[in-house]
Write a protein that binds this ligand. Structure first.
Ligand code: GLU
Length: 371
């Protein structure tokens, strides 16, 4: 079904910068928040799944403490983030309550997107929230992040989230309306770039050079984010959100820069799996399970007849038929020990076998490629 939005997105990450959400006196711009909540409502009623990456914790916290950001040391900034984040999520909850939608807070560190096991945990939680029609409100976990171990900007965090949930759209809303060939502040005739096919080194250098580092929110981090997202099959849009209806504006063909992904997220995922060589084990299936996979199903414990190798949750394993012929590859949700324990069981028996209620499938169909 063609979605009733200009870009046809099915799963969309919207990143909202502090400049849009937070007033100069460090309070939340409630009118803007209410307006974006209505825009989110429009998307949700068109069956677009929404995840929000919202900045603003540090700015709100500085206001509560009553001290300027520039005068604070790292620990004070982390304390500000802790106070501000609590307020930020309350504001989001209130705004979404107005459209009868529930919000959930997710705080991530780079470990949650770079470490395979934690990646899978974060991904599963986000997917469970989407299934419950809850809108995740995501931010960096600034209170524990240190300089060496942080994204530092929510543009790249949003791109990693998009990659994690296989979103097909990422909108970076800030106070710039996209990429220009030169600094539009210095050069009134600077040419706007509505469509970018690939984030080349030339484009990165252009945005990163001193004369043309135009976007106040940092055009360079936005371009890095677009590059990450495009490689994951996610089309990225940079647009100015400082207006009443920033999403409707975009859908009506408003000014922005579009970085169109060449492939869909599921094709990119499958290509990644096809090229993945460091597999850690093998799962052999019976005929019934093989047929279920061929019909687009996930790999369930009931059809598993043999588990070989030592692997952890999140590792890539080979899938074979019962004669040992390789038929595919996938990311396993269970370790080799767990998979052996639930081998041949119906999914309802997982709780009894493992002592906890795990996922019904061993490999989800989105995380699998068949040869
Ligand atoms: N995580 C920061 C905050 O909530 C914002 C980082 C950014 O704006 O990119 O204040």
């Amino acid at each position: 079904m063609q979605k009733n939005n200009f870009f046809g997105f099915n799963r969309l990450v919207i990143k909202i910068g502090s400049a849009l959400l937070i007033n100069n006196d460090s309070t939340v711009n409630k009118a803007w928040l209410k307006s974006i909540a209505n825009e989110i409502n429009g998307l949700l009623s068109n069956k677009v799944e929404i995840l929000i990456v919202s900045s603003g914790a540090v700015a709100i916290g500085c206001g509560i403490i009553g001290k300027k950001r520039t005068l604070m040391n790292l620990n004070e900034l982390q304390a500000a983030a802790a106070m501000g984040q609590a307020q930020l999520v309350i504001e989001w909850q209130d705004a979404l309550k107005g459209i009868n939608v529930k919000a959930a807070q997710i705080l991530l560190t780079p470990d949650d997107t770079e470490n395979r096991k934690r990646f899978l945990n974060s991904k599963n939680t986000l997917q469970a929230l989407l299934k419950l029609s809850v809108v995740p409100i995501i931010n960096e976990n600034d209170t524990v992040a240190t300089d060496e171990l942080r994204y530092g900007d929510n543009d790249r965090l949003a791109a990693r989230v998009a990659q994690m949930v296989m979103a097909d759209g990422l909108i970076l809303l800030s106070d710039v309306d996209g990429l220009y060939e030169s600094d539009p502040v210095l050069n009134k005739k600077a040419k706007h770039m509505p469509k970018i096919d690939s984030v080349t080194d030339d484009i990165l250098i252009m945005a990163g050079s001193k004369e043309s580092n135009f976007g106040s929110g940092g055009m360079l981090t936005k371009l890095h984010a677009a590059k990450i997202a495009m490689h994951a099959g996610c089309t990225t849009i940079i647009s100015n959100g400082a207006q009443d209806k920033p999403i409707s504006y975009l859908m009506d063909g408003g000014k922005c820069s579009v970085f169109k992904a060449k492939e869909s997220p599921s094709i990119v995922r499958k290509q990644w799996l096809l090229g993945f060589l460091d597999t850690r084990g093998t799962l052999s299936l019976d005929k019934g399970a093989e047929e279920a996979l061929n019909q687009g199903g996930s790999l369930l414990p009931v059809g598993l007849i043999e588990v070989l190798g030592n692997f952890e949750r999140g590792d890539v394993v080979v899938i074979t038929d019962k004669k040992g012929k390789e038929i595919g590859k996938g990311v396993t949700i269970y370790s080799s020990i767990e998979a052996s324990l639930i081998r041949g069981c119906r999914s309802e028996a997982i709780l009894q076998k493992l002592g906890y209620q795990g996922k019904a499938e061993i490999i989800h169909r989105d995380d699998m490629v068949l040869f």
